[in-house]
Design a protein around this ligand. Structure first.
Ligand code: APR
Length: 395
């Protein structure tokens, strides 16, 4: 096992894998460590909507060929509101689209590209600890089936997600941990069913929000807004389908049922950790900022961080430390734009539910919906935020 490298990357999610691949290609020493097995992370279902600028960002860096060759492109979604279908063609308004590629496919591709090119990766590590982060030579220790290991390095990239250990190393007195709880839940569902429509459906309904997201020809993701405190046990299959039909079905728009293969209540909250850096530790992705899946932003932000961090570390080893010193400041503006949009959209989605809201906020949510549907200027502004960055030119 390597005992000294330039960068230890903790976490083989989209952030860590993108970073590790880019560091390798830049000729910078790197060891990737991951708590789970390779097989586990290659099949773990997560996000799946990648904004066009992020896809171009991967492409420009020599990553993502399979994604571009095989991911379906989405140019529109549909609101189901007040008993009607309202197509929203955001690509017409922005010139940009989404690529739909389940996160585990991206993770599988990125692991193959890294490992096949001789990248150093250690799976199934435990007891990960970071040391001497404010010195010139930090270290990471961990355990594998073979025993205890220590890798000394120049930098640690904390890409270990929302439940990782890295974020815990940022000291309380110099770190702002900003958090927002939505006060509702989402029941995340995967059904063995073909998509009921060729894109995303957002059901804005007095019974609560519901969504449909085409994933593959045989598997479809659904979400249902749930009341605070509800658990999976409150949602037998029969109730799930009853609510999906009630909240999403409109004339000429039926929902196709299938066997439910995943049923998980998501605790809907967001957080941002500022700054994203402590000494020689740099956080990237969910470890630094979590955004509830309301607007499908998390994976895109993880890629954004990874691009910026890879460039900054490369600049550092080429003799320019400024980009790395400015890493957190470079990432956070987009993080906050995406957080703000997710919060705004959450109010539109969730406040219509009479059960969990109040009549005043429900009417405000409806007013926002009508403005979006009636005003071309409001629609254009919304579309720009929904598709994320408009240009990859400055990446
Ligand atoms: N050491 C090493 N790896 C760890 C540790 C640890 N102590 N703790 C967790 N991990 C691993 C997890 O098993 C996971 O594979 O870190 C990885 C983090 O990956 P993600 O959670 O996918 O986070 P990130 O790469 O930031 O990507 C964000 O992932 O959660 C989704 O929807 C979210 O799309 C967003 C994206």
């Amino acid at each position: 096992m390597t005992t000294r490298t330039a960068v230890v990357v903790a976490g083989a999610g989209p952030a860590g894998l993108t970073l590790a691949n880019l560091l390798r290609r830049a000729g910078i020493g790197c060891v990737l460590i991951e708590e789970q097995s390779r097989a586990f992370v290659e099949q773990r279902p997560r996000a799946g909507f990648i904004e066009e600028w992020a896809v171009r960002g991967l492409q420009q860096r020599g990553l993502g060929e399979k994604l571009i060759a095989s991911a379906p492109i989405h140019e529109k979604f549909e609101f189901r509101f007040a008993g009607r279908r309202h197509a929203f063609r955001y690509a017409d308004l922005t010139g940009h689209r989404h690529y739909v590629y389940p996160q585990q496919f991206l993770v599988t591709d990125l692991i193959a590209q890294y490992v096949d090119a001789g990248g150093d990766a250690v799976f199934e590590v435990s007891d990960v600890q970071l040391h001497d982060l404010t010195s010139d030579s930090p270290a990471v220790t961990f355990r594998t089936a073979d025993g205890e290991h220590r890798i000394d390095c120049d930098f640690v990239a904390g890409c270990d997600g929302a439940r990782g250990v890295s974020q815990g190393y940022l000291p309380a007195d110099t770190t702002v941990r900003a958090r927002h709880d939505y006060g509702i839940g989402w029941l995340a569902l995967l059904a063995e069913a073909p998509p009921s429509a060729d894109g995303v459906l957002f059901g804005i309904h007095p019974r609560g929000f519901a969504a449909h997201m085409a994933r593959t020809p045989t598997v479809t993701r659904f979400y249902l807004q749930t009341a605070p405190g509800e658990t999976e046990a409150d949602w037998p299959d029969e109730r799930v389908w009853r609510e999906l039909h009630a909240r999403l079905t409109v004339p000429d728009g039926a929902i196709v049922q299938g066997e439910l293969i995943e049923k998980r209540i998501l605790d809907m909250h967001n957080y941002v950790i500022e700054p994203m850096t402590y000494g020689r530790l740099h956080l990237a992705g969910d470890s630094a900022h979590l955004v509830a899946p309301i607007a499908a932003k998390g994976l895109n932000l993880a890629l954004h961080d990874a691009f910026i961090l890879a460039d900054a570390i490369e600049a550092y080893f080429a003799g320019d430390p400024a980009p790395l010193a400015g890493y957190s400041d470079a990432c956070l503006p987009l993080v906050w734009q995406y957080q703000e949009f997710s919060l705004w959209l959450s109010e539109v989605f969730h406040h219509s539910a009479a059960e969990t809201s109040n009549p005043f906020l429900a009417r405000i949510a409806e007013a926002r919906m009508r403005r979006l549907l009636d005003s071309p200027a409001a629609a254009a502004a919304f579309a720009e935020l929904y598709i994320g960055r408009r240009s990859a030119a400055d990446l």
